[in-house]
Design a protein around this ligand. Structure first.
Ligand code: NDP
Length: 241
């Protein structure tokens, strides 16, 4: 039986690697995105994975989007809450807009998405939910009070939802990536990466998006049925919890 997997923010960066890895592992994958149509259509033509556009910060838009995915592909059995943004600035300069955008996109989205799929998963007695948090939700980060709060919230959400659904065949887990080699990090000047970032990472390199994707594929698998409420850190040893 081919399981259906939905990856939010699945058209770029880490999410694109997750979408591709799930497809390779045999899932019927849908990828959502916010507004970058060029990246989404390039991703679609390269991978053959269907793409769907909606804002994960909107509860109603998530409901409508999920209904479309389920009409096209079938009931969602694997949900990867990956979509995320940053709006970095020191807290004493942070605007309400910067706070709200990050909280709604990185934390509110977990409610907005998961609430629409959880009843179906409970009825079918199977589900895999993987939430992409961050090392900065575990340790905090200068200039990221909004992001660190949202990503720490993702971990609390994961643990509580895992407990509530442990008897229903649904697992809920979080992954906390460290510095990953995506467009965001590639935009940092090379000497800053070499002099300031790499010395913080014991394995002395950035992580690759595929290394996060392999963690998702494991957590989504039937073999991972005893893994729930966990936080998988994939950070090259940068922060040990
Ligand atoms: P990217 O910026 O490369 O990609 C983000 C994806 O999320 C895009 O597909 C984007 O769509 C989508 N997205 C953003 N906002 C929304 C929204 N409101 N509604 C729907 N989709 C949205 O991100 P990364 O790959 O770098 O990060 C992926 C996840 O991993 C995030 O949750 C991030 O916080 C986390 N993370 C990343 C790290 C890193 O080093 N890169 C480290 C730790 C955690 P569109 O293309 O349309 O903009």
């Amino acid at each position: 039986m081919t399981r259906v997997a939905l990856v939010t923010g699945g058209t770029r960066g880490i999410g694109a690697a997750i979408s591709k890895a799930l497809k390779l592992a045999g899932y019927n994958v849908a990828a959502s995105y916010a507004g970058n149509d060029d990246a989404a259509s390039k991703f679609k033509s390269e991978t053959g994975i269907p793409v769907f556009k909606w804002d994960v910060a909107s509860f109603e838009a998530c409901g409508e989007g999920i209904r479309k995915v389920e009409v096209d592909l079938g009931p969602i059995e694997v949900l990867v809450n990956n979509a995320g943004i940053t709006r970095d600035t020191a807290f004493h300069k942070m605007t309400l807009e910067q706070w709200s955008a990050v909280i709604n996109t990185n934390l509110g989205s977990l409610f907005n998405m998961t609430r629409h799929v959880i009843e179906g998963m409970r009825a079918r007695k199977f589900g895999r939910i993987v939430n992409i948090s961050s090392i900065n939700g575990q340790k905090g980060q200068f200039g990221q009070v909004n992001y660190s709060a949202a990503k720490a919230g993702d971990i609390g959400f994961t643990k509580a939802l895992a407990l509530e659904n442990a008897k229903t065949g649904i697992t809920v887990n979080a992954i906390c990536p460290g510095y990953i080699n995506t467009e965001m990090v590639q935009a940092v000047p090379k000497d800053v990466v070499e002099k300031s970032i790499l010395p913080m990472i014991p394995v002395n390199r950035l992580g690759e998006p595929e290394e996060i994707a392999r963690g998702v594929v494991f957590l989504a698998s039937d073999d991972a049925g005893f893994v729930t409420g966990s936080t998988l850190t994939i950070n090259g040893g940068q922060y040990l919890v």
